[in-house]
Design a protein around this ligand. Structure first.
Ligand code: TXA
Ligand code: MG
Length: 341
């Protein structure tokens, strides 16, 4: 199937009380439901329904050993999924939940192994988005929910992105507009002596360090072959359909985009620095998108910008690389993985 062609079929509904009840009913019946969170849209299944969980993997085309995040209402609900609840988990949960933080803890035996990709740990997160919370509450227990996109594809920050990627594979999409954060949660493994960041994301490292000054971040930036203990984090990920090319500096990005434009039908160019905004951009078939210079604002718009350029039929997207500063870490990570071939 041509992944550009929206297969259609998903029911997109406003998140009214009735539709949230309907979503919970559908989840109880084993269906999969896409729901907004404050980071990106999630593709939810009843966490205790192994057949529904299998449907999530199938809909995404995701390998069975890539674990899902169990979405909970609060720390108490998360603890019930954990074989033990490390000190670090308590600290971080009380400081940052509900919010864009996922904790990896030992998995309790009654939690289906399929949710955890067969592993002995389980990732848990309490989202802050009112609709996600209402769905979990209406169901009465946690939902397993990866990002609502095809394996290795761009995460979805709108209901339209979900429908485009998953079509009739998803039974229902609750549409609450664009996600506030726009980038996935920060994932922290709190099982060991020192907590380790496995994925940089919506919660800043600065905030994290305020609670756990010793938290280790190196693992989040390891190359694919070393990233064995963070299943699902290795290799190409977060990639648009177009080839993503990184260029250092605005001038270089314009030059590279024009070079591709001489050979391709449509080229996307994503910049952030304001310099030269009124300078000639170059060839007519270069679609320019200027993103904010602030990393949080940039992250909010990154996926929707890449989706938009994919939809416009870009063959190549040249992105002016972001500064090598910690505040840009989550964005830099997604760009680097998106550009991995
Ligand atoms: O913001 C988010 O985290 C979004 C929303 C929907 O909550 N969810 C999300 O899920 O991004 P997903 O499945 O696309 O990414 C979860 C990542 C995996 O790629 C994996 O690296 C890590 O979390 N992860 C999940 N379970 C894990 C586990 N048991 N051990 C280590 N890493 C785990
Ligand atoms: Mg994902």
């Amino acid at each position: 199937m041509d992944p550009r062609k929206p297969p259609g079929g998903a029911r997109i509904l406003a998140p009214t009380d009735d539709n949230i009840r309907l979503a919970a009913e559908r989840l109880r019946a084993g269906a999969i439901v896409a729901m907004p969170t404050e980071t990106v849209y999630g593709l939810a299944a009843d966490a205790f329904d192994e057949r529904a969980v299998a449907r999530v993997f199938a809909a995404k085309g995701r390998p069975a050993n890539h674990p899902l995040i169990a979405h909970v209402l609060d720390e108490a609900q998360a603890r019930a999924l954990a074989a033990s609840w490390p000190e670090g988990a308590s600290r971080l949960a009380s400081a940052f939940w509900p919010g864009p933080l996922t904790l990896v803890v030992p998995r309790a035996p009654h939690v289906p192994a399929a949710v955890a990709g067969g592993g002995s740990s389980i990732a848990v997160r309490a989202p802050s988005h009112a609709v996600a919370r209402a769905v979990i509450e209406a169901l009465g227990h946690p939902v397993a929910a990866p990002s609502a996109n095809r394996f290795q594809g761009l995460s979805a920050t709108t209901a339209a992105h979900v429908a485009k990627a998953l079509g009739s594979a998803v039974n229902l999409v609750l549409d609450a507009g664009a996600c506030e954060g726009g980038i996935e949660s920060t994932v922290v493994d709190v099982r060991g002596e020192t907590a380790r960041v496995l994925r940089v994301g919506g919660l800043s490292l600065t905030a994290l360090r305020r609670q756990l000054p010793d938290v280790e971040v190196a693992a989040a930036f390891k190359a694919r072959d070393e990233a064995r203990d963070a299943p699902g984090m290795d290799g190409r990920h977060y990639a648009p359909l177009a080839q993503l090319v990184l260029a250092v500096g605005w001038r270089e990005a314009v030059r590279v985009a024009n070079e591709w434009a001489a050979r391709c039908r449509i080229v996307g160019l994503v910049t952030h620095a304001q310099e030269g905004a009124d300078a000639p951009w170059g060839l007519e078939n270069v679609l320019v998108r200027s993103l904010p210079v602030d990393p949080v604002q940039y992250a909010r718009l990154l996926y929707s910008t890449l989706h938009n350029l994919d939809d416009a039929g870009a063959d190549v997207i040249v992105v002016q690389n972001v500064p090598m500063e910690e505040a840009w870490g989550a964005v830099a990570d997604r760009l680097r993985r998106g550009a991995t071939h």
